[in-house]
Ligand binder design. Structure first.
Ligand SMILES: *[C@@H]1O[C@H](CO)[C@@H](O)[C@H](O)[C@H]1NC(C)=O
Ligand SMILES: *[C@@H]1O[C@H](CO)[C@@H](O)[C@H](O)[C@H]1NC(C)=O
Ligand SMILES: *[C@@H]1O[C@H](CO)[C@@H](O)[C@H](O)[C@H]1NC(C)=O
Ligand SMILES: *[C@@H]1O[C@H](CO)[C@@H](O)[C@H](O)[C@H]1NC(C)=O
Ligand SMILES: [Zn+2]
Length: 502
């Protein structure tokens, strides 16, 4: 029971993230935008085999980012050659320009036939985090298929997206597709560290005066089976990302011999300071009003007493908060998180070190700024012997629109509806992780992070963990989604008002 309540509240938490509007979206009716020349997303047996083999080949290239300074550049270069080999039509089509940016990242410019339509950008990254072999059922860079599932580092984050983008385009081009609306495909090579590839691509597009209708990057997903007794899948489209701050705390005291120690040492003072931070979590930030409507609609799906809680979120706020705080994932959704990540002091058994340093990583809720979190931190530590040094920081990302007029959001809803007809709930949320798309805020106000993939609780641990995997069917569906999305985007600028009749 308690377990179930936590899970239900996980959903509530997801919804609480929603900022200006929450809608249970029915999407656009796809027929409204279909042109006579629409190409059906059906692939032959040979194409489906080639498609999965291409993904396996991509997994086998160990494009590992070890740290911000170190990555496998041989593999990054090899990956560039690989996409040339497996997507020959993409690289040889006259209306597509391919550029290598920052040595290893790739930018494709696909020129549409109607220059009056504002272009859009699809993005993904092909670097991966390291994968030591311990714990893996198959070697992490083998790309082995077992029982219809492809294993390997990058099968979910994010080579599946890189390959699906190019694969869908390749298949469209083979069918003589000519886009009306221009678009770009940006493939970053160092998202797992500093994202310099994406930053350069953003700068390049800005220097060319490009303005984008919208961007789609990794991030959200289709949530399935998280909530017992709630069988309906929900498509979560991230419309914002948490901010981040790495804060170094430092205490300088005089050095001394351990035989006659002073009453307080740098280590003791700093340990007490970071302990206070850990014991004093940042405030909970609840979402805003419109969410009540959605919760009331969802409430009908649940039996007593959950339905009562969901229909009265304000009344039950303390209860909801208490449950959400217990689970690290839901806790991360309702507040700025505080994580103590580095602690350094001392070199010798008998020497009292003059200096102690600790680094704290904050992930900032969209309801706060870096400056506010810094001030709160200083107040919590409340010790002027502790110095604060901000090593790196950025504010939470602006919240992208998700209303009827938001073209990118509505196209995603429409495509979800046609590719996943069983999914009829779509909700805008905040991503707790960060993506390369955060470098593109100058180019558009519509940045959406969404993977067209079902994610179950155990999949979360696989991303950056062991036994990362994707089913062949899920990958084919991802290709199909992009294939449809690109065609759907050929609509005129103004999205038709979607069914909002709930
Ligand atoms: C780097 O990638 C190449 C393949 O491109 C591979 O042969 C080599 O073992 C990799 N190096 C490391 C350190 O992983
Ligand atoms: C504290 O110690 C560090 C490391 O020795 C030094 O760089 C820094 O200048 C010192 N700061 C103060 C305020 O003494
Ligand atoms: C959602 O989909 C289910 C079938 O999967 C259907 O029974 C239900 O009526 C749909 N709900 C809405 C609001 O359309
Ligand atoms: C956005 O544009 C401003 C003004 O031109 C520029 O100073 C800033 O560096 C740009 N930011 C990014 C992330 O490109
Ligand atoms: Zn990623």
């Amino acid at each position: 029971m308690a377990q179930r309540c936590v899970c239900v509240l996980a959903l509530v938490a997801m919804l609480l993230l929603v900022f200006p509007t929450v809608s249970i979206s029915m999407g656009l009716r796809s027929e409204e935008h279909q042109r006579a020349s629409r190409i059906p997303s059906q692939f032959s047996k040979e194409e489906r085999v080639a498609m999965k083999e291409a993904l396996k080949g991509a997994i086998q290239i160990p494009t590992v980012t070890f740290s911000s300074e170190k990555s496998n550049t041989t593999a990054l270069a090899e990956f560039g050659k690989y996409i040339h080999k497996v997507f020959p039509t993409v690289v040889s089509t006259s209306f597509i320009q391919h550029e290598v940016v920052e040595e290893y990242s790739h930018l494709f410019t696909i020129q549409g036939s109607d220059p009056s339509l504002q272009p859009y950008l699809l993005m993904a990254h092909f670097d991966v985090v390291p994968a030591p072999e311990e714990g893996w059922e198959v070697p992490p860079f083998s790309g082995l298929e077992r029982d219809g599932v492809i294993y390997g580092r990058g099968t979910l984050d994010d080579k599946n997206s890189v390959m699906a983008l190019l694969q869908a385009l390749e298949l469209l081009l083979i069918r003589k597709y000519i886009p009306r609306r221009s678009f770009f495909i940006s493939l970053g090579h160092d998202e797992e560290s500093s994202g310099t590839g994406a930053q350069r691509i953003s700068a390049l597009l800005q220097s060319r005066g490009v303005q984008l209708a919208f961007i789609v990057d990794e991030g959200g997903f289709i949530l399935d089976d998280f909530i017992p007794n709630f069988k309906k899948p929900i498509a979560l489209i991230a419309v914002s990302e948490k901010g981040s701050m790495n804060l170094m705390l430092q205490v300088n005291m005089t050095s001394g011999h351990s035989s006659a120690p002073p009453k307080e040492t740098s280590i003791g003072i700093l340990a007490a300071a970071v302990s206070r931070l850990e014991q004093t979590p940042m405030p909970i930030i609840f979402g805003s009003g419109t969410l009540v409507t959605v919760l009331q609609q969802l409430a009908n799906e649940f039996p007593f007493p959950v339905n009562i809680i969901l229909s009265n979120p304000w009344l039950f706020e303390p209860l909801i908060s208490r449950f959400m705080e217990r689970n690290p994932l839901t806790n991360a959704i309702i507040r700025t998180t505080t994580a103590l990540t580095i602690f350094k002091a001392g070199v010798k058994f008998n020497v009292i070190p003059p200096v102690a340093q600790a680094t704290v990583n904050f992930r900032i809720h969209p309801g706060q700024t870096v400056q506010e979190v810094l001030e709160l931190t200083k107040n919590i530590v409340a010790d002027n012997r502790v110095q604060f040094h901000v090593l790196s920081a950025f504010d939470p990302l602006p919240v992208s629109p998700s209303d009827d007029k938001a073209l990118g959001y509505q196209l995603l809803c429409q495509t979800v509806q046609s590719v996943f007809p069983e999914v009829n709930i779509t909700a805008p949320v905040t991503s707790i992780g960060n993506t390369d798309s955060r470098f593109f805020t100058n180019l558009t106000t519509g940045i959406y992070r969404f993977y067209p993939i079902y994610i179950q609780p155990e999949d979360f641990k696989r991303i950056h963990g062991v036994n990362e995997k994707i089913s062949v069917q899920a990958y084919e569906t991802q290709v199909k989604f992009i294939f449809e999305l690109i065609q759907n985007a050929d609509t005129d600028q103004e999205p038709v008002s979607h069914l909002h009749k709930l």
